[in-house]
Design a protein. Sequence first.
Length: 289
Amino acid sequence: MNYLLAAGITNLSYAVSDVVNGLILRRDSPLKVSVWVAIFALGIFLVPMLVFFQDELARLNLVNTLLMLSISTLGLTAYFCFLTGMKRAGVTLTGVITGSFPAVATVAALVFFGERISGPQGAAIAVIVVGVLLSSVQGEFRSLLRDIHQSSLLWAFAASLLFGLFFALVRIPVQRIGYFLPAYAGNLVGIPLYVLIARAFGERDVLKPPKLVLPIAAIATVQIGATILYAYALTKGKTAIVAPIAGSYPAVFVVLAYFVLRERIRTIQYAGVVTTVAGIVGLSLLSSR
């Protein structure tokens, strides 16, 4: 499969799954959704792993396993932050701010892998930053940092940072192991990680079956499948190319969220959403050249 096509499918998959996440969070808590996505993902993709990816299992020495699981923790923590932001600060704004992670991933690719960023890509990243800040305005510009904290959008910013680092650094285990296990096996860490966070937050029933079992199982399938496709694309192309294309899904997400969730936000925040999406799409188009 062409790596640009794989990144494009990843894009659409994330957009749809994020809207469904927003609907699921009306019935179940972020931690419960996180735990059960990890549980379903482990079960759904177990047979494909055993049948088709035994070569990757053979590469799991101590160093590779620790690298894979530690980097996966970034993505797992990001997902919890993302869902918490959706629950507390709203689906649309959290989705768009979190969706700015390609800017982080592109910069991380420069820092960690020496990949080059062109002038136009740098300009697109600057547009994304401006859009994210506009999306975060609740009152006046001078109270922006206080607004971000009070509106719980800090969860979305944390998710964007952690997702950006994950989608950049996952190239390391992908190169050493393959594209399946780095996208899948981290869920082994996810379950105990989320249970520990739940205990810290005083949530004791996360291991009880959720109210929306089938939608969460579907989300697990789509999200892990999309991440596997992303990891596959990394075996064929550079992070600074693949991450922006896969991460430009907010363009689709915003349209779906508007019609499905009907959330209302302020006019200046709409301007921020449009600016952010334009920057992300621009970064995607520039990276695909």
